[in-house]
Design a protein. Structure first.
Ligand code: SAM
Length: 231
């Protein structure tokens, strides 16, 4: 039996590519975006009352990871990418029906859009539903998960002086907490766990309309090298 669902809107996000997006929401509070609602949900009725809510659940499609053949086992990056596990034991993007869920902060409500932060969503992500976070039911004291027992360890992020100046200028232009966004995302060390980076190797990812480049001058330390307009 097949059911069909259709989006109620799409996210405009600071993240223009999958690399360097945090693995869960709330890990980068400076990661901001806008959920643009589409008809018939964009007239105000559908969001009435939502201004009384601080956080919402977003149910969405991993639209850049959809596959025809469902996987039963996946290799979560969190486990280094070399240990496989049942798909239902993980929050992997490759999963039956490609549905994701994230709790995000609701910063502002307008009739046709929701301003959100702490997101882990790619630009253009189709949103299937929005539900209010209900603290008494959604926060479970004593809950445990031995596979992902705590947030990823953070590594220090340093700035090349020129990169810092570039980031400060672009932050003003974009009116966004850009330095915080870069620091919060890179501190989680987006590099695949199996890669041992040499100091010469440069990594890059696009945040907003910017190409951010960094390297690992030594293991466990990131230095931002440049923050320049993306092509
Ligand atoms: N919080 C969600 C969940 O638990 O269902 C997502 C968790 S998933 C591990 C997070 C990763 O999904 C991000 O790091 C990013 O690389 C990827 N991602 C985000 N939006 C996506 C999209 N629209 N299509 C494919 N991958 C996406």
């Amino acid at each position: 039996m097949a059911y069909s669902v259709s989006p109620i809107g799409f996210v405009r996000s600071c993240f223009k590519e999958k690399f360097a997006i945090p693995r869960q929401p709330q890990l980068a509070p400076a990661a901001r975006g806008v959920l643009e609602l589409i008809p018939p949900f964009d007239q105000g009725d559908a969001v009435q009352g939502l201004e009384q809510v601080s956080h919402v659940w977003l149910l969405f499609l991993f639209h850049q990871a959809l596959e025809d053949k469902p996987r039963l086992k996946v290799r979560p990056p969190r486990l280094g990418g070399n240990k496989s596990m049942g798909v239902f034991a993980t929050r992997a993007t490759h999963r039956p029906n490609g549905i994701g869920q994230s709790v995000v902060k609701l910063d502002r409500v307008e009739a046709n859009r929701l301003w959100i932060s702490g997101i882990d969503l790619l630009d253009g992500t189709p949103i299937l539903d929005v539900k209010p976070y209900v603290p008494y039911a959604d926060s479970i004291a004593g809950a445990s998960n031995e596979i992902a027992s705590s947030a990823p360890l953070l590594i220090p992020v340093q700035w090349q002086p020129q990169a810092l100046e570039q980031a400060q200028l672009h932050a003003l232009r974009l009116q966004e907490p850009l330095l915080e966004l870069i620091e919060q995302c890179l501190a989680q060390d987006p590099r695949p766990a199996y890669q041992v980076p040499s100091p010469e190797r440069e990594y890059g990812a696009q945040f907003w309309d910017l190409d951010v480049r960094w390297h690992y001058p030594e293991p466990g330390l990131i230095r931002v090298l440049a923050v320049v307009p993306a092509n």
